[in-house]
Design a protein around this ligand. Structure first.
Ligand code: BEZ
Ligand code: FE
Length: 292
């Protein structure tokens, strides 16, 4: 009879999956065995640490419900979400880089007229956003669906306030014949990711902060193109270099330009001082091969 020990156990467990008929599942589960065993060996995990790890994962699961996904948050702060994103979105020239979706996308955004103030009734510094959606060769994409959402001046999304009122700082625009759309809002604020659960405890125990730099989320889709999930970050934000979820890419940072003209670019009255955010998005054609 074979006795398992720390030298032969990994191979024995991996071999137990040899009969798996799904080749991809077999690859994944055998790699998981090898890497998890290598991790336990590298840190020489104690029995007490193993119990703590099980307790942490149990509490992470218990924190999850329809509105809270603590496992995705764990993946985010460990950089796993951005690694999966990077592997799956190798972009050709002219296509906008991607980043995490985050927990505040509701996917039920109302189609909104260009020029709408989506912050109506919410205090903050006025911001005018103008953007264009095109193919990598610069051809405008008319009729693209653009969902946007961002935090308020205090760093909260409407869905976090849970008061059941109208959506705010959240809308859907359909690009015009020239691939353009524009809207009015307020300048978003940096904010902490939800940190009142196990993931927050992990950050605190390891002396990491929970902050994300200010950004506007964009979810852009058009037939024949990969859906683009990204943010535009506000240049100069103090948290750009240490985003808690590693979501920042240089190409996604844009200047908010201070303006004082009495009218916005669409000719409607402006409040005195306001900020202009301009960004052009490129979508990757579905057929494009990833760069080698
Ligand atoms: C967000 O940007 O909304 C977000 C992303 C990842 C974790 C938490 C929040
Ligand atoms: Fe966000």
């Amino acid at each position: 009879m074979l006795s398992f020990n720390e030298d032969n156990l990994t191979d024995a467990v991996a071999a137990r999956f040899d009969g798996c008929e799904d080749p991809r599942l077999k690859t994944i589960v055998q790699a998981l065995v090898r890497h998890s065993h290598a991790f336990v060996k590298e840190v020489e995990l104690t029995q007490d640490e193993w119990v703590k790890a099980i307790d942490f994962l149990t509490r992470t699961g218990q924190m999850c419900d329809d509105r809270r996904q603590e496992f995705i948050l764990l993946s985010d702060v460990m950089g796993v979400s951005m690694l999966v994103d990077a592997i799956n979105h190798r972009m050709p020239d002219g296509a906008t880089e991607t980043t995490v979706l985050g927990p505040f996308y509701l996917g039920e955004h109302r189609v909104t007229a260009h020029g709408t103030d989506i912050a109506a009734g919410v205090d903050g510094e006025p911001m005018y956003v103008e953007a264009r959606v095109s193919a990598p060769d610069g051809r405008p994409l008319a009729g693209a669906r653009v969902d946007i959402w961002h935090s308020d001046d205090d760093g909260f999304y409407d869905s976090q306030k849970g008061d059941g009122t109208e959506p705010s700082l959240r809308a859907r625009f359909i690009t015009d014949a020239d691939g353009r759309f524009h809207f009015k809002s307020i300048v978003p604020s940096s904010y902490p990711i939800p940190h009142d659960g196990p993931v927050g405890q992990l950050l605190e125990a390891t002396r990491r902060h929970p902050m994300r730099p200010a950004h506007v989320h964009f979810h852009v889709s058009a037939p024949g193109y990969e859906t683009l999930v990204t943010h535009v970050f506000v240049a100069g934000d103090p948290w750009l270099d240490s985003d808690a979820v590693f979501g920042v890419k240089e190409s996604l940072v844009a200047d908010l330009v201070a303006r004082d003209e009495p009218t916005y670019p669409d000719g409607t009255p402006a409040p005195g001082a306001w900020k202009l955010l301009h960004y052009d998005f490129g979508l990757k054609p579905l057929a494009a091969r990833p760069a080698a």
